[in-house]
Design a protein around this ligand. Sequence first.
Ligand code: ATP
Length: 583
Amino acid sequence: MIGIFRKFFRFAGKQAKLFYQSLVISLFHAIFEALRIPAIAVVLGALLNGTMTYKTVLTSLGIMLVSIAGCTITRASMTMKQTKGGYRVATNKRIEIGERLRYMPMGYFNDNSLGYITSVTTNTAENLQDVATRVIMLTTQGILTTAMITLAVLIYDWRIGLLITAGIAAFFGINALMQNKSRKVSPLKTEADSHLVEAALEYIQGIAVVRSCNLDQGANKTVDKAILQNENINFKLEKTFVPFMCVQSLVLKFFGLAMILLSIIFYFNGTMALMNCLLLVITSFMVYSQLDSAGNYSALLRVLDLSMDKINEVFETPVMDIGGKDIRPESRDLAGKDVDFSYQERKTIDKANFAIPEGTTTAIVGPSGGGKTTLCRLLARFWDVDSGSITLGDRDVREYTLDSLLENFSMVFQNVYLFNDTIANNIKFGKPDADDDEVREAARRACCHDFIAALPEGYNTVIGEGGATLSGGEKQRVSIARALLKDAPVIILDEATANVDPENEALLQEAIAELTRNKTIIMIAHRLKTVQHANQILVLDRGRITQRGTHDELMKAGGLYADFITMREKSIGWKLGGREEKT
Ligand code: ATP
């Protein structure tokens, strides 16, 4: 138990100050609670001695009032500090996690499902802000208050004081057994919570597929199963803890009863004054009350412990080396030397060597799954290479801070993600401090001003999460506007032709032409026109750059590239990277 307290205060970081302050206040709260004993003692003493006067009553009343007022004020102040501390710890951890995710290699998002991260930032952080503070504070308060009352009783009669101490020891003995049991079953609860979030997210994200394949029943079953499993685990947890809680409570009641009996026995054998006896009988009803309620919550300490572990796990995952420097490269020449890269065990880029001089256009072509997207993403350091190196302006990309590296790149991929925000803010993502005129200008150049202006609220129209309310071509052009606003010198572009109607296609090409003017362009090319005009073409096949050169050179050389072109001539469309272009 103490270990968990210590861990929590370490975990809370700077906010621990609020909890320490709250603990000091809870000490005063305990003293105010214990004041009730002398208040009763004054009246009892006077009654027994026959010296009762108004002054005695007023003195007792005064002490009682001080006790009640003190308890109320300290409780309010404690609650405020704990609540503030709880919310701040959860908020800070959420922000730190968000910041850390930015520096995680993309592989992290492969291994850890969206559900896991979502559940850490929602459920787990919520456990911290709501459960943690309450549990930690209730248990510490319970212990402190009981300790204070025990101290007061020890002054009156050390024998009864010892009896109360024995009761506390017995309570902690049973509590330790419960904590032990909790260590085994609590992980099931956190797992079930994560699983439920994962299942619900997957169901919602895949709802379109579920409907189109008429799989409603099957997919629902997975969510239902996760919900039922969650219910069962929570029930199992309660079933495990309730007997311990009952025994804990029973033991405390037993010691309270023993306190009454012993006090009476001591009175009858003449070793205790009547007043002390009566006082202790009254005290027996309140001595353990705080500890008793703390005991009911202490089972949750293990859940709190696991919540902290789960959050710490995110911080323990190695981020990409962020010890880089803020570098302004002298040129935007890009080069790869013996680049090897694997997803898990599977080699995806194999000894790739390439040079992309500033201001040129490089088209990457090759069969589907050949590694084109991967190579582009390695340039912008979405992942680190396994061996070899990638340089920008003759400096290894790993020497840069991620921010200073990414300043040089704008990326437009096929699967555009737009945030659930206004169109203006989505475009501004490329340059957060851009003004309205700049946003409009970028939208105009990206050929999306007209469709935005026709929306009910124009640039202030909120688009659904992922851009669900826009067509594929519209989303793509908004993402080009975003890239135009960023105005980075290197453009990485997955040329889109799939699923775009001819009208959108023409606008898209116009937008791309705007975006790529006077830039260094690396393009996963699907259009013959683009490829023909590129300064160099890299043919990527199963991770290897098998051919490089201009269109004419490669046509003359024969091989994979020439085969693609010949295939195109033989068919209505041509295929590169699995996509088809109508000509
Ligand atoms: P396409 O033309 O179909 O888009 P591509 O040439 O761009 O394909 P990549 O997307 O780079 O190919 O994929 C290369 C290989 O790496 C594929 O076999 C793919 O399944 C695999 N792959 C891609 N992304 C991941 C990932 N995040 N985790 C594991 N494997 C991946």
